[in-house]
Every structure is written in structure tokens, then in C-alpha cells.
Design a protein around this ligand. Sequence first.
Ligand SMILES: [Zn+2]
Length: 345
Amino acid sequence: MKNKELTRVSWSFLVYSKELLLIDFIMLVPGKLLLDHAFANQYAVGAFNANNMEQVQAIIDAAAATNSPVFIQVSRGALEYSRMTYLRNIILAAVEEHPEIPVAMHLDHGSDLEIVKRAIELGFTSVMIDGSLDPTGKRALSFEENLAVTQSVLEYARPLGVTVEAELGTIGGVEDEAGVNAIHYTDPAQAELFMKEAPVDSLAVAIGTAHGAVKFEGECILRHDLLQEIHKRLPNTPLVMHGSSSVPEELVAQVNKYGGHMPNAKGVDIEQLQQTTQFGVSKINVDTDGRIAVTAAIRKIFAEKPEEFDPRKYLGPARDALTEVVKARMIAFGAAGHASKISQS
Ligand SMILES: [Zn+2]
């Protein structure tokens, strides 16, 4: 990693982060550094959502165990749930514990410029502006509206060295408050036009994945043809896949066995997901799998040890279960082994 670049980034945060001088020597990296390395080497960096300490620990433990770069991402809802500062500080603790792992702290589904500004003040090194939906998450924005809000974020974030992800097309399903039911596939010609007008660092595309635990009613079919066409038109743009949990049957079965109720759960086929990295996909978001792993572990303990009431006795195993899921995804996405290469380059 270029020292000059790191110095620039850390200094920009020293200046712009109103609240945190500490960040000057805790080295988060810009998301773009991870995206570009993954893009050049045809793998995808896993981007995992976190809401609490155990989830952040699981993600960094998995990254350290597999030598993987990682996006630790926080949705707008999670940021508010954590009263804005708690998660940021927990993520910085993870980086402090594992300085050898390049970590980007990413805002997932930023809904407007205000929340993006807030995240950047907190020290986030990467932000997503989801201009595919209006800030309530209930109405799809027009192409022009999406472009306008994305441009305003670019204008603000780029001079600060913060990476910007946008979304074109709408990914179906519901994640936190963000979501509509229908998938509107990304139009390759629109994607090309969008990138001309708002040249973001990465673009989330809709090719059939969906948020949540019920992604498909029938078979999982990702539109590789569409992805290929987008990649052909945007040969230098790292692409992002949202809603890409695989919803493992055994974890869903464990939830249901111990009193849960997750009917019709169905995720993305891992092999179909792996094929996307040859067409420019450089970041793959996984949230639901982590939620299910945590829930399955806690349910099992509550059922088998009803006498247990020490939170560490069920949050600890939940953390371990999540670590295993994150490790498996990092390996599947081809990110394992790359952390030290980024650090040395
Ligand atoms: Zn998403």
C-alpha cells in the first residue's frame, strides 16, 4: 500500500472528522483500494453488515483467519440503532486489533446526502448512495433523480478521498427499511450513460438477486448475460452485487428446528455468484446469512440450555457461528489470501 496515499487519507480524516482524532493512526483504507485490487485480480471482496460488537469481531476474525481484505458495512438503520458512534468505534477497535487487514468502513444504502455527510464525519472511508429509491425506501426514483443525488454525493465525497458506490436498477426484497418487492434489472445502456454523468467508484447492479431470506420463489437465476453486457460497456468499473446471501439450508433448518419460523427461505446459488467476478463484480454484499447464523446459534442454546442466562454464553457461540459463515464466503468469493498482497503493494 502506498504510504503517501494512506497519509493523505488519514490526514483528510484528521481534518474532516469532527469527532475522532484517533482515526489518524488507525488505518482504515478507502474502499477504492480494495475494489481496484479485486477488479484487477478477478475476485470479489466480501462486504458484511454489522450491528453489534460480536458481528464486527466475527467479520474481522474471519478476515484475519483467511487473510482477506474486507468491507465492514453499516446500514443507515444500523447507524441509527448504534446511536451513530458506537459501531464506528467498534469497527476501529477491530482495525486496531488487526492492522494487517485492509478494512474499509462502508455506509450501506445511504439514502441522501445528509446521511452520507454524517457517515463521512464519523470517518467512513466508503459510502453507498442508493438513488434507486427515495429516502423512505418505498418509491423508485427516476434515472434523472438517481443521477442528481449521486452527483451531489460525488461532489462532496470525492475531494475527501471517500469512495462512492451508486445503484442503478432496483434490487428486490427488503433489507432494513430499504426495499421494494420487484426487481428492475439494470439496463446496460443506462448504466453506461449513468457512469458518464456520475463516474462513481463502483456501481451496484440488479441482475436477479434480492434482499432478505426469500430471494427466489423458484430456481435461482442470475442474469449473467446482462452482467456481461454491462461489463462490456463499462470495462473499467468495479460492479457490486447486493442481496447475495446464499441462505444455507442447514442454518435455516436449525432456526426452524429450535422454534423459529422461516418458510420458503431461499438464497443465491454460490456457483452462480462466483461466476460474476469474471464480469467485473468486485464487491459482494452479505447480510442475511449473518443474521441467520447468529439467530440459529442463539436459538439452539436457548432450546438446549434453558438455564443459561449469561449473554456471553449465547452471544459468544453466535459470534463463532458467524465467523464460520464469513470465512466460507471470503473463500468462495476468492478474496482469501489477498489481504497481505494489498498491504505490501
Ligand atoms: Zn443492499
